[in-house]
Design a protein around this ligand. Structure first.
Ligand SMILES: Cc1ncc(COP(=O)(O)O)c(C=O)c1O
Length: 497
């Protein structure tokens, strides 16, 4: 049997398995082409005739075509796609939480408010920044909240007009410069040095009295510690600017390093990366902002406050940037985070960061000989390789490598980000992958590196075992087809022996 044959047999969507009858999706075609004249239905609607059992099989079949953290290794760099304990879903779906009316009076919502207050306190403790706003519903929205807080703080001290620029390192997530621009600032890019940290001399040249803030991601998107960050914080403050932290990569330093202790003024976290809600897929997220007490009056509304009699209510901070979300924000995500932190405890959280870093470094060691490693430093939560030798020597692009991984049953890593790494392959195994699954993933990537040398066209044609091959991704984004269409027949697999 060919090597590829082994892979095919392992795939979750192997439709030829004995006893599994593929449901004929084409039978489902038949919704009316156009709606009849105003509300009047003249012809019978051609609804499919199906039993409940067939319907269940149809949806089960469809769900099997999806790939998620519960189906396999999903090392999507910068997304922290880890296993999320099911008990946290259970907590979030408890009827007292899930069925509460959002307009219910505070007196009847004390349990929910207490949970939110505890979560805010725990996030404040973990970041060393005790003023916490839970409302933002995504990392990017947390960034916006944080940068609007910076803006409002400068405005209050009469310093906004002269401070128009925000500095952003060239390794930053794209949301950082976008956020700074949305908050009304001009963006100045700061280059990274050869070690992947901010180029200190370039920073010194551009950091002057017209700078409002420096936005820094810690650990950065190369999966590296930002060297000299405390000195950077001091320099930023000397210049009268504020230090904004993108804390979306907290998984690497959870329970070990606190942004407040490093000198940050405000950070956002991605609860949907670190704290038990899967990231990606456009689902709900939560991007709380955590800030110094000096910035507390500017937090987004609402925040929970406790009265002298111990009762809790929602308030709008004195100089709040306003309300970004309805009601409490993404309450389900917040509840999961609370359950996650309480069930692991500080030692459990420290084990999360220890194992996330260990796994990334193990993977780094396993793949070092097969792919180029642009930064020869110990990795933190993720490791960024470059496929540029494969491109140069064999005409195989990182995109081909990523697509070929699908044939091996793995979700591809993030590719072409960070932008400063050519042909980037950004891999984040997370702490919840076992040693065996990391070794299996590394073995697949090593095998693909060999295939790139031996048979580059095999990679150009990948994936060959997925229900859908290569997509016109730009076309799909620009001209989405939102109506159901019968699936195209899969191409006959090529015999590669
Ligand atoms: C470092 C970093 N910053 C910001 C974001 C933006 O978060 P979101 O996608 O929730 O808007 C992400 C997303 O993964 C990220 O990895």
């Amino acid at each position: 049997m060919s090597h590829d044959g082994d892979v095919g047999a392992r795939l979750a969507f192997d439709r030829g398995a004995p006893g599994r009858r593929a449901v004929d999706v084409a039978r489902w075609e038949g919704t009316p082409a156009a709606l009849p004249p105003p509300g009047l239905l003249r012809d019978a609607v051609r609804l499919p005739e199906l039993s409940q059992g067939e319907l269940v099989r149809y949806y089960t079949e469809l769900s099997g075509r999806n790939f998620g953290v519960d189906s396999g290794t999903y090392p999507l760099g910068s997304c922290t796609m880890k296993y999320n304990p099911k008990v946290d879903d259970l907590v979030a779906s408890l009827p007292a939480f899930a069925e509460a009316h959002p307009l219910a009076p505070a007196a009847t919502m004390q349990g929910t408010l207490r949970t939110l207050a505890e979560l805010a306190a725990m996030l404040g403790e973990l970041t060393g920044l005790p003023a916490v706003g839970l409302a933002p519903a995504a990392g990017a929205q947390g960034e916006l909240a944080g940068m609007l807080m910076v803006r409002r703080a400068l405005e209050r001290r009469g310093d906004l007009a002269g401070r128009r620029r925000v500095l952003v390192p060239d390794s930053a997530h794209g949301t950082n410069p976008a956020t700074a621009a949305m908050a009304g600032f001009e963006v100045t890019e700061v280059p990274s040095g050869p070690d992947g940290s901010i180029d200190q001399q370039a920073l010194a040249r551009t950091l002057d009295g017209d700078v409002a803030a420096l936005m820094v991601t810690v650990p950065n998107t190369l999966g590296l510690w930002e060297r000299g960050i405390e000195a950077v914080a001091a320099r930023v403050h000397e210049a009268g600017a504020l230090l904004y932290g993108d804390g979306a990569n907290l998984n690497a330093i959870l329970g070990r390093v606190r942004f407040g202790d490093l000198g940050f003024d405000v950070v956002h976290l991605n609860l949907h990366k670190t704290f038990s809600t899967p990231h990606g897929g456009g689902g709900p997220g939560a991007g709380p902002v955590c800030a110094t007490p000096a910035l507390a009056p500017f937090l987004p509304a609402p925040v929970v406050t406790e009265d002298a009699d111990g009762s809790l209510r929602l308030v709008r901070p004195e100089h709040s940037i306003g309300q970004l979300q309805q009601f409490h924000g993404s309450i389900g995500v917040l509840l999961r985070a609370h359950a996650y932190i309480r069930s692991l405890g500080i030692e459990g959280l420290r084990a999360v960061s220890a194992n996330a870093v260990l796994n990334a470094n193990y993977l780094r060691a396993l793949l070092e000989g097969s792919y180029a490693l642009p930064y020869q430093r110990r990795a933190l939560h993720e490791v960024v390789f470059s496929g540029s030798p494969q491109r140069r020597e064999h005409g195989v692009r990182t995109y081909d490598i990523a697509k070929r991984l699908i044939d091996y049953g793995f979700h591809p890593p993030t590719v072409y980000f960070p932008l400063i790494v050519e042909e980037a392959l950004m891999i984040e195994p997370t702490e919840t992958e076992s040693r065996e699954s990391i070794e299996a993933f590394a073995a697949a990537l090593r095998a693909i590196a060999e295939e790139a040398e031996r048979d580059p066209d095999l990679l150009h044609a990948a994936p060959r075992h997925a229900p859908i091959g290569r997509l016109d991704e730009a076309g799909a984004a620009r001209r989405p087809v939102l109506r159901w269409q019968p699936p195209a027949q899969p191409a006959e697999p090529r015999d590669e022996r």
